[in-house]
Design a protein around this ligand. Structure first.
Ligand code: FO1
Length: 304
C-alpha cells in the first residue's frame, strides 16, 4: 500500500516513524510543514523537517521530541555568554545541520534537494519532502498583534491569545518537486497527529488538492493536545477542543478518522459526517506504540 503522510513536528514525526517501520521505503513519502521555518543567528532553521528526519533516523532527543539525542550545548552557552539570543536553543549537533543547510541554500540548492542529501547521509530510506521550496511563514494573529510563528511558539511560549493564522507566501508557493506525484500515486493520504491549524493547514494550502482517500489521526485526546498548543488554539478561537472538533476541521476532505479509545463518545457524531471511524490507542509513548498505531491506521486505510 502506497502512503503519503502529511506531518508537522513531534506527533507527526512519531507516526511517520511508525509507518516507516512497516512500509517498504518506496511506499512511504512524508510531506512536512515548513511554515515554522525561520532565520535565527543568520541560519535557516526548519524545525519540523529536522524533527521528522531526526526521528526517522533515530537521532531525535526522546525528552523534547525536537533536537538531537546526546546533544551538547557548548556553542549555545557561549552565544548566551556573549549576550546573543538565548530564547531558541540550538545544540551543537543540531547547529551543524543548520550551518550546512544554510551553506547549501546560499549556493542556490533548493530545500527539497538538501533534504534528500541529508536523508541519504542519515540513512533515511522513505522519501521526506518539505511542503515547498519557497518561503512560507506561518504568522499568528494574536491579541497582541501578529507574531512570527517561533516568536509566538518558543519566545512567547504560546501565551498570547490567538485570533487566527496567516501563511505568508502561500499563494505563490508551489509544492516541492515530487509532492504532487506522491499525492497522486498514493493509495491513501494520512494526516499525522499534528496541529491542524499550524502544521497540516499550511501543507494543505500549498498542495491545494488531494484526490485520494484521506485518513486523519486526531492529535487531541480527551480534550487536550498530546503536545503543543492545539487545544489552547481551539479554545481561543471559540471552539471546544476535542477529537470531534478535529474531524470537523477536516470534514470536507476526510474519508476516515482515527480517534483515541478515550474519545469513543464522539464516534456517532463523526459517523454522521459520513466519515468512517476507527478508535485506537493513539498515544505513542515508545517505538512499539508508533508501529502499532501505524499498523492500525494502515489496516483502516486499506479497508476504506
Ligand atoms: N522548542 C522550544 O520550545 N524551545 C526551543 O528552544 C526549541 C529549539 C529548537 C531547535 C531546533 C528545532 O528543530 C526545534 C526547536 N524547538 C524548540 C521546537 C520547535 O521550534 C517547535 O516544536 C516546532 O516549530 C513546532 O512544531
Amino acid at each position: 500500500m502506497k502512503i503519503t503522510a502529511l506531518a508537522g513536528g513531534v506527533g507527526g514525526a512519531k507516526l511517520a516513524h511508525g509507518l516507516s517501520l512497516i512500509l517498504p521505503p518506496e511506499d512511504l513519502t512524508v510531506i512536512v510543514n515548513t511554515g515554522d521555518d525561520f532565520e535565527h543567528l543568520g541560519l535557516n532553521i526548519s524545525p519540523d523537517l529536522d524533527t521528522v528526519c531526526y526521528t526517522l533516523a533515530g537521532l531525535a532527543n526522546p525528552e523534547t521530541g525536537w533536537g538531537r539525542v546526546n546533544e551538547s550545548w557548548n556553542a549555545f552557552a557561549n552565544i548566551e555568554k556573549l549576550g546573543g539570543p538565548a530564547w531558541f536553543r540550538l545544540g551543537d549537533r543540531d547547529l551543524a545541520t543548520h550551518l550546512e543547510r544554510t551553506r547549501r541554500l546560499k549556493e542556490g540548492k533548493p530545500l527539497s534537494q538538501i533534504t534528500k542529501e541529508f536523508c541519504e547521509a542519515w540513512n533515511i530510506n522513505p522519501t521526506v519532502l518539505p511542503m515547498t521550496d519557497s518561503p512560507v511563514r506561518t504568522m499568528v494573529e494574536t491579541e497582541e498583534g501578529e507574531l512570527a510563528f517561533q516568536e509566538y511558539f518558543v519566545h512567547r511560549r504560546c501565551e498570547p491569545r490567538v485570533k487566527g493564522f496567516r501563511f505568508d507566501g502561500v499563494d505563490v508557493a508551489e509544492p516541492a518537486p515530487g509532492a504532487k506525484e506522491a499525492l497522486q500515486s498514493a493509495d491513501a493520504v494520512i494526516f499525522c497527529p499534528s496541529n491542524p491549524w499550524v502544521s497540516i493547514d499550511p501543507i494543505l494550502r500549498v498542495v491545494k488538492q488531494i484526490n485520494k482517500p484521506v485518513v486523519a489521526v486526531s492529535p487531541i485526546i480527551g480534550g487536550e493536545a498530546v503536545k503543543g498548543p492545539a487545544a489552547k488554539m481551539y479554545r481561543e478561537l471559540g471552539i471546544e477542543p476535542s477529537a470531534l472538533a478535529v474531524a470537523e476541521h477536516y470534514r470536507t476532505i476526510l474519508k476516515g478518522f482515527v480517534l483515541d479509545n478515550a474519545d469513543r463518545a464522539f464516534i456517532e457524531q463523526v459517523e454522521s459526517m459520513k466519515v468512517k471511524i476507527r478508535a485506537a490507542d493513539t498515544l505513542m509513548k515508545n517505538v512499539e506504540d508508533r508501529a502499532r498505531l501505524a499498523q492500525d491506521v494502515l489496516h483502516f486505510a486499506g479497508s476504506l
